[in-house]
Write a protein that binds this ligand. Structure first.
Ligand code: PLP
Length: 472
């Protein structure tokens, strides 16, 4: 075993690639040390160039819900690749995936998934008084039409262009700490890598572009109402992570998303729910499915106009999507005046991976994800408590993270006020013990259905030393 292979790889990468990485958080900037260069991934594990195997709680930042290299997904990819890598023309698979997504979301993910209700972990109570789950009858399918693109960034970028084209308005409202990819309009006070690097925005975004995005504190409806009172006539859309998970996990306050939908619609603006991270991960129909099932429909359901997807929908290959109201979606070219296109959009190999992943992700997969998240979250919390480390567990369905603070943060400011310095030693103690965590306190932990007794045992065994390191 070559003990310095990761260092060698990193040094070599830095000669040719800025910072040695193709996405900033991979550089280990906020935790220090040498990033691991991975060569293979199977089930619950990833293996680096030195041959070290890590129980993986990054899972490619979300896509790998079934675990790495799931046989059904690999077989579908191989079969599709053998038929051709890209045609630059429509394929039957694209329609099949579109129908699959529409069906799952319309049925709250219950279609073909058995009789179990939504997991709803971390959402609290509030099941309808008649005990039913599902939307009030009059509520339309939130994904009437869907367009496939290649990345989550493209999906949200296109969604805001579409909202502007449809409404004829310019302003966009987003929330501090929410990350929607790296298009210019969406980089202001964004989470994920910008939070990790403590960057308020990005150089290269013009002042004029930045001025068209109003950034509000999350979970603060008064701020939203005030912004609409001042600018409502010119707001094209609100964009919101369905449940925030790029500043660590911060679930929306109960009723927050529904109130956003009501306020936006009162002022003729659209609501874009970003499910790139949560979609098909926290439940069969994403966060929207979980939350819509649980909200007491005293005033009807809540209706996003557009929803963006990524990560899980591509099963580990570059695929993302935006979907929503048919009248809004039909504003896209070739029917409408809003342009969007892509050489590799709806790539047949990526589509095959997406279909295979969604087909394999049945109710039992989501039950496993919930149970695994429960186990890991409570074991980490217990280990930290044993060492007297002040922390809270932040949950949104099967997504979770830990904030080193006394009170659960609900805004980006509160997230940033935590004792973030406790995370790097915790992270490295886990890594040394063969557990790969997100290399930033401002990221969610991702479980997969492949975690089993062996990998969970390895994670739990690593915790006492890591908690001690965090306490120091
Ligand atoms: N939206 C959310 C909520 C995300 O978490 C991400 C990526 O992490 C994106 C959009 C951007 O997706 P991509 O990295 O595929 O461009």
């Amino acid at each position: 075993m070559n003990a310095s292979a990761n260092d060698t790889q990193f040094a070599r990468a830095r000669q040719s690639i800025p910072g040695g990485v193709n996405s900033p958080v991979r550089a280990f900037g906020s935790v220090g040390g040498t990033p691991r260069f991975m060569v293979s991934a199977q089930g619950a594990y990833v293996t680096d160039v030195e041959g070290h195997r890590y129980a993986d709680l990054v899972n490619s930042w979300g896509p790998a819900i079934l675990g790495h290299a799931h046989p059904a997904v690999v077989a579908a990819v191989q079969e599709a690749a053998a038929r051709g890598l890209s045609f630059g023309a429509s394929t039957p698979g694209e329609t099949e995936l579109a129908e699959l997504v529409r069906g799952r979301v319309n049925n709250h993910g219950r279609e073909g998934l058995g009789s179990g209700g939504p997991g709803g972990v971390g959402l609290g109570g509030g099941v309808r008084s008649d005990g039913a789950v599902g939307l009030p009858k009059e509520t339309r399918n939130p994904v009437e039409k869907i367009r496939l693109v290649s990345t989550g960034t493209e999906a949200t970028m296109t969604a805001i262009r579409l909202a502007r084209g449809f409404t004829g308005r310019e302003l966009l409202i987003k929330f501090a700490g929410h990350y929607h990819g790296h298009s210019d309009a969406l980089l202001a006070e964004a989470g994920s890598g910008l939070a990790t690097l403590a960057m308020p925005g990005s150089a290269g975004v013009t002042a004029a572009t930045a001025a068209q995005t109003l950034v509000l504190p999350y979970n603060d409806l008064d701020a939203v109402r005030l912004a609409f009172e001042e600018h409502g006539h010119n707001v094209a859309a609100i964009i919101v992570e369905a449940a925030a998970a790029n500043m660590g996990v911060v679930a929306p306050a109960r009723g927050f998303n529904r109130a956003l939908s009501q306020i936006a619609h009162e002022f003729g603006a659209l609501l874009i729910i970003d499910e790139v991270l949560t979609g098909f991960r926290v439940g069969p129909a994403g966060w929207w499915g979980l939350e819509s099932s649980l909200v007491v429909p005293d005033g009807g359901g809540w209706e996003p106009d557009l929803i963006t997807y990524g990560k899980v929908i591509g099963g580990g290959l570059p695929l993302a999507a935006l979907g929503g109201r048919a009248d809004v979606m039909d504003f896209l070219a070739p029917l409408g005046p809003v342009y969007q296109a892509g050489t590799l959009s709806g790539n047949p190999v990526a589509v095959a991976a997406g279909i295979a992943t969604l087909r394999a992700a049945d109710r039992s997969v989501y039950d496993r994800l919930d149970a695994t998240a429960d186990t890991i979250a409570s074991e980490v919390s217990a280990a930290l408590s044993t060492e007297g480390v002040e922390h809270v567990v932040q949950r949104a369905g099967n997504l979770f993270s830990f904030a080193f603070t006394a009170e659960p943060p609900r805004t980006y400011d509160q997230v940033r006020a935590q004792q973030a310095f406790r995370y790097p030693p915790f992270f490295h103690a886990m890594l040394d013990a063969g557990v790969s965590l997100p290399p930033s306190v401002f990221e969610a932990w991702f479980v997969s259905a492949a975690h089993n007794g062996e990998s969970l045992g390895q994670i739990v065994a690593a915790l006492p030393a890591a908690a001690k390191a965090a306490a120091a």
